[in-house]
Ligand binder design. Structure first.
Ligand code: SF4
Length: 478
């Protein structure tokens, strides 16, 4: 058997989309920047490296592509990254294919959220894996190619190099990522980052230089990088230095990031807007004081909501699109949801869109059980008590008022209250749709999707109108 000397990373895809399955949901791309960080590190050490994303493709289809390109089989292990529990069934299918084609192939499987909580549990679901890497693996990635070091869950700082997007198969379809910092540690009860200490942001000039380098990787074409940080926590001084540096190097680039609603001051936001911040994902989660406390989101709900108001208004006044994340939580009632809805109504002019969903316990029993006990005390119960063990995903009946089905209906209603198709397209195309995905593509996919599952209001257009628009677009591009 002829073996290549390429290190191939595969980011596991999904057999069906995370939330609701429809044509539109299958268009979203998620760059696995954790796997890209490892791939970049190996490439900087002189290895020949490639990263493939499973997306919503058939595992066999991607496996054949890698094999036919001559990269598989290789003298090196196949590096499989599982970015979420939703990607686990895809990874299982892919690992089986790889082992069947080359029983000698070593499979190194990583993905800190999925492998980290309980590697033994995962071994039972993924017996083909030769090595399970439970943590961030930059420090051991070289050794993973040749041996099986003893691996622990470790916190590693954001790497000091720029991600090399050229290593990603079809990289021009993906919006790039720039990693700003890791960790959070703010203690929100439902979140996997609750106990992982936040890392101090690096030097503003270095981050700006990294964004410029990513721009060069895309030959100066328009890109909208996502500044990755679970908890983007710049000070006013840092943000001002970042704006100055972006202007000094003449980088006119719109970018996106996420943070808490009470993490940054209005002055900081103003500087970030000057530095190109175009969209900010804000984890409001709820505007019900009772639910804020139940989530352990903040211990002073009034102050939390006051800061959220100020931040949203500053976003609106400085041209930053604010996408607000809302979480229907354990113990949710008609009254708590009405509080959140009323608060959002009062801030509607400052909200570009909302993303709403019921809380879900991620992880095997070892980690999910703690959450489930907490949520039971708040009046919730799992839809299926065996699903943590079989899938790592436990959906919830939130309360008597909001069993799982009613929570899904309420989530869709709340999303649609604040988002129409224009807002949705604008937010999704900023970061998640392929860079060449146009409005006409979107209209076609909306028309082909089940309207009952779409999280935005649709002015349904008939097929003839869509065809007309598409022909019109094509004619204008010629
Ligand atoms: S602030 Fe966000 S990232 Fe941090 S623990 Fe809370 S939900 Fe998680």
């Amino acid at each position: 058997m002829i073996r290549s000397s390429v290190v191939t990373f595969v980011s596991a895809g999904m057999l069906s989309p995370k939330k609701r399955d429809h044509v539109l949901a299958r268009q979203q791309l998620y760059l696995n920047y954790g796997a890209l960080s490892l791939a970049t590190k190996l490439q900087l050490a002189g290895r020949d490296v490639a990263l493939f994303h499973g997306e919503h493709r058939d595992p066999e289809d991607l496996f054949c592509q890698i094999r036919d390109s001559g990269r598989f089989p290789s003298i090196y292990p196949l590096m499989i990254s599982i970015p979420s529990f939703y990607a686990l069934p895809w990874a299982q299918a892919f690992c089986k294919l790889a082992k069947a084609a080359d029983p000698e192939c070593r499979l190194v499987v990583g993905g800190r959220w999925v492998v980290g909580p309980d590697p033994e549990w995962l071994r039972g679901l993924l017996p083909q894996a030769d090595v399970l890497a439970p943590g961030l693996s930059e420090g051991v990635i070289e050794r993973l190619l040749t041996e099986s070091p003893v691996l622990k869950r470790v916190a590693e700082p954001a790497p000091g190099f720029t991600l090399n997007h050229l290593l990603v198969d079809g990289y021009r379809r993906y919006q790039p990522s720039v990693e700003a910092s890791r960790g959070c540690g703010m203690g929100c009860a439902f979140c996997e980052e609750r106990d992982i200490k936040v890392e101090k942001l690096g030097d503003a000039a270095t981050l700006a230089a990294s964004m410029a380098l990513v721009g060069e990787q895309y030959n100066g074409e328009e890109i909208r990088p996502y500044l990755q940080a679970s908890m983007f926590l710049p000070t006013a001084r840092w943000a001002s230095a970042f704006a100055v540096e972006m202007a000094r190097i003449g980088l006119n680039m719109a970018w996106r990031t996420e943070t808490r609603v009470d993490a940054i001051t209005t002055q900081t936001l103003v500087s970030l807007a000057e530095a190109g911040l175009g969209v900010i994902d804000l984890g409001l989660e709820t505007a019900s004081p009772r639910q804020i406390l139940a989530m352990r989101k903040a211990d002073n709900p009034d102050r939390y909501l006051r800061r959220a108001s100020e931040l949203l208004e500053t976003c609106r006044d400085h041209g930053v699109m604010a996408k607000v994340n809302v979480l229907l939580y354990a113990g949710e009632t008609e009254e708590t949801l009405a509080e959140t809805t009323a608060w959002l109504d009062a801030h509607a002019s400052a909200i570009a869109g909302v993303s709403v969903g019921p809380v879900i316990a991620y992880g095997p029993p070892k980690t999910a059980d703690l959450l489930l006990d907490d949520w039971r005390r708040l009046g919730a119960r799992p839809v299926d008590t065996t699903s943590a063990a079989s899938t790592g995903i436990t959906t919830m009946h939130l309360s008597t008022a909001f069993p799982a089905e009613a929570a899904e209906v309420a989530s869709l209603q709340l999303s649609r209250r604040f988002m129409d198709e224009d807002a949705y397209f604008e937010l999704k195309s900023f970061s998640y749709y392929p860079r060449d995905y146009r409005r006409a593509d979107f209209e076609r996919d909306v028309a082909a999707s089940d309207a009952a599952k779409l999280p935005f209001t649709v002015r349904r257009r008939d097929a003839a109108r869509v065809d007309h628009d598409q022909n019109f677009d094509e004619a204008n591009l010629k």
